[in-house]
Write a protein that binds this ligand. Structure first.
Ligand code: AMP
Length: 411
């Protein structure tokens, strides 16, 4: 079968030039399935995770449809994208900028944690595309700086994360303010009951598309696990990072405190690293991300929430300094390497207390993760004991969502 190209999708020539400039030759599966129906004005329910090319799957057809729309009035937007985190909001705005460059479409981004003045100013004249996080958007609506009565296309991104992060109520309040005569696109990596219910309420005869279940993405990633005592983890990390093939590594810790500690230890060993997590100011997070993207630092240490939606190409390695207690997080984490078809490597450190998490992960991804033997900081706990540590001792241990060890749940 001939592979679909962007010109087969009937996108505006300016958009085709823009994707070519980005170096995209073929649409990803989500783009191939979603772009046509969205261009036709259909509502969309897309089950897709970050890394599948979902941003372009909504941004390209939305920009195309804007070419026939009237310019926005003051304080209004034509397209509204709601997304759970500031980083994602910024990245989506950057994508609209890149794809819409030749169309000269206007765009801006609204998120909390920074002064609102420049956001208010950007909205004053009206914009074609507004990307926003829910809390600050509601604030600005409340203050009369933003009105949603001209939104023709509403995109709800990472709907399941909105739910996890407690934003679903805010999302509903925003939806109530949208015109009922609009096109709605809902993206979610998973479909918990509350999101299915929401989708029934807000979508009209949607086209449903679903791409790459987690386990398939995972197959392209070379995964291994190193058994290690907790006290040796920082030494092991420094040792692993000695390998020159690690061009750009994203290291995950379970807690903010853990992220800071890892950075401190690495810097003591002269490895330049920075941390991003919820206790860092927005500007510090942006700076760390920029340094990482532009190659000034080789190692970025992040917690799950802070890392959500980080879109950095060329992450050669994901290192799980701590294993996540929610197995789905493992899939999200390692999906940061192997973006859009590339190959990636994921290395996980597993302390004795984390062995049950490893078993849960293996159950979810339906494969065993290879245990590296004979490394310098290998745990002295015998493999038999690893196994028994992993074996559920009572039925409650079989639950997939586990409580993290004490003190490890704050992010
Ligand atoms: P997303 O899932 O939207 O976060 O996109 C993941 C990554 O894939 C981003 O770095 C995009 O720049 C990249 N990407 C999106 N579409 C394509 C494509 N058709 N070909 C190659 N890379 C793409």
């Amino acid at each position: 079968m001939q592979k679909l190209t962007f010109s087969d999708l009937d996108l505006h020539p300016a958009l085709q030039s823009a994707v070519a400039a980005e170096g995209y030759t073929h649409p990803t599966p989500i783009q191939a399935q979603a772009i046509g129906p969205v261009l036709d004005g259909r509502d969309l329910l897309a089950v897709a995770q970050t890394g599948t090319g979902k941003t372009a799957a909504f941004a390209l057809p939305a920009l195309h449809r804007l070419t026939n729309a009237n310019p926005p009035s003051p304080g209004r937007a034509r397209v509204l994208v709601l997304t759970p985190t500031r980083e994602l909001a910024i990245q989506i705005d950057e994508s609209f900028h890149a794809y819409g460059k030749l169309l000269r479409s206007s765009h801006t981004v609204i998120y909390g944690g920074v002064g609102q003045r420049s956001q208010v100013r950007a909205m004053a004249r009206g914009v074609d595309v507004l990307s926003a996080t829910p809390g600050r958007l509601l604030d600005l609506i409340g203050q009369g700086h933003v009105h949603l009565d001209e939104v023709g296309i509403f995109i709800l991104d990472e709907a399941d994360r909105m739910l996890d992060m407690g934003f679903i109520h805010d999302v509903r309040r925003i939806i109530e303010r949208l015109p009922s005569d609009r096109q709605t696109l809902l993206f979610s990596a998973t479909m918990p009951g509350a999101i299915t219910e929401l989708s029934r309420k807000i979508l009209r005869k949607p086209v449903r598309v679903e791409v790459t279940p987690a386990a398939t993405t995972v197959e392209r990633i070379d995964q291994s696990v190193l058994l290690v005592e907790k006290a040796d983890k920082t030494r092991l990390l420094a040792h692993v990072l000695d390998a020159p093939e690690i061009e750009r590594a994203l290291v995950f810790t379970r807690t903010k405190h853990g992220a800071n500690k890892v950075v401190r230890k690495l810097e003591q060993g002269s490895v330049r690293a920075e941390a991003i997590h919820g206790n860092k100011s927005q500007s510090a997070r942006q700076r760390a991300l920029r340094n990482f993207k532009e190659g000034r630092i080789r190692v970025l240490v992040a917690t799950d929430i802070a890392a959500r939606g980080i879109d950095v190409d060329g992450i050669s390695h994901v290192i799980n300094y701590d294993l996540p207690n929610i197995p789905e997080s493992y899939v999200h984490r390692i999906g940061r390497t192997a973006r859009a078809g590339a190959h990636g490597v994921a290395i996980s450190f597993c302390g004795v207390d984390e062995r049950p998490y490893l078993r849960d992960i293996e159950r979810l991804i339906k494969q065993r993760v290879q245990v590296v033997q004979g490394h310098r900081y290998e745990s002295t706990v015998a493999p038999e004991e690893h196994k028994s540590a992993a074996r559920p001792k009572n039925p409650s241990r079989r639950r997939r969502r586990r409580r993290a060890p004490r003190g490890a749940r704050q992010r």
